[in-house]
Design a protein around this ligand. Sequence first.
Ligand code: ADQ
Length: 491
Amino acid sequence: MTSARAPRRTSSPTTGDVPTAAFVVVANRLHVDRVEDPDGSTAWRTSPGGLVTALEPVLRRNQGAWIGWHGAPDEVVEPFVQDGFQVVPVPLSRQELEEYYEGFSNASLWPLYHDSVALPEYHREWWDSYVTVNQRFADKAAEVAETDGVVWVQDYQLQLVPKMLRELRPDLKIGFFLHIPFPPRELFLQLPPRREVLEGLLGADLIGFQVPGAAQNFIRLVHRLTDYLTHRDAITLPSGHVALARAYPISIDAGGFQAIADSPEVIARAEEIRRDLGDPETVFLGVDRLDYTKGLRQRIKAFGELFSTGDLDQDRHVFVQVATPSRERVEHYRRLRDDIDMLVGRINGEVGRIGRSPINYLHTSVPREEMAALYRAADVMVVTPLRDGMNLVAKEYVACRTGNDGALVLSEFAGAARELKQAYLVNPYDINKTKAALLAANHASPEEKTRRMRAMRKQVFRHDIDHWAGRFLHDLSTSEAVIADQADQAG
Ligand code: ADQ
């Protein structure tokens, strides 16, 4: 895959010539956003994120391509080159955006895969649109991938792509990674097109999950819904195709975050944030996408109670919650925003006084440097999702604590809890225990905090995003050998 082959060219009636690529990433969204310059011209800006940071070198080395939607409905955008590899936009109509993305992906699959913490909704036309759009992504990948190339499909919006792509291009190595949890059998069985989704995923050579439990859930489901042979983590289809299902816990660019956190500007900004907050003894911090899976209602309630009983004192303690606007066209999300606004307003109204609000709530997205400054400024980081595939915020906080201080309160239902065992682990539904953990984290001695933080930092730095991508791509390229080995051992 890393050999330097001259790109072959293929042509397509809609997009003109797209050079073929030896390594192709397929994701719902491109890694770039269109921005308008002050003079009215438009440019593409790479949106910072772990995935693109990890995959960029591999994409560059392999005349790679990234296939994804460009963010504007009803618009066709020609492929272009950015950051040294091909960017291949896939068009979506407004109706497809409503049905495939906001509908089936985010109002059916997202809640179902997160323990049904909100009620999933199913509509047959949403599913039809999901099939149509997945086929479009598969067709594009089939067009762009070089003979014997590697295609890595990302996440729950594109679960049918592996099978569709294999039908078109059996020569390809196809990997799939699910960024969100894979639900237990009882829940998955509620999904009307459950068999189709399962078969879609089984088109891949390697199916990656965040945690081993998710891979096991998947294999159990294959048992329940099919008569395919399974042996350990290998599933053999009647066609002879073998799919492996394994865990690859995703991570962050730990070194990159550490460097930002240690820059003089960020250090100064962190001090400024603390001053602006009135130089409190303890800054508690939450940073999340505004999503009902993140446990914001329960978390804010816990803080409200701690402030009203006097366990936390607004003269000495402050809770900062930053929530990124998210999926605002989906009903559940609109309701959540109103609920959180109301809850924060009520608590601040009841407990706060002039010039002092115990909860500082910001409904905004902030740049990476500001994020690092917030992490630096926070004595206790509060990450309490009701269910989360991994949760990168927890790892980012750890990477930014370059002084080995600070404490992390972490939900046991985040994938990250498997790795960050020295966090103060909580069941976020249990508000009393969450309150106790917040106080314990606050009162821990500096030695205790350092002991825990050192161990967590070791874990995050050893298992960073490069380690994740490297392991997945290595296993994908050697999957046949792994399968042969397992077959030998089985006798
Ligand atoms: P998310 O649900 O988006 O990701 P998470 O893993 O926490 O959750 O990633 C959020 C990212 O957004 C972090 O990198 C964070 O820095 C950033 N972010 C959060 N709030 C922000 C703000 N206000 N401003 C700017 N940036 C902000 C999904 C799954 C997770 C899984 C990831 C990666 O739900 O479980 O960890 O994919 O696989």
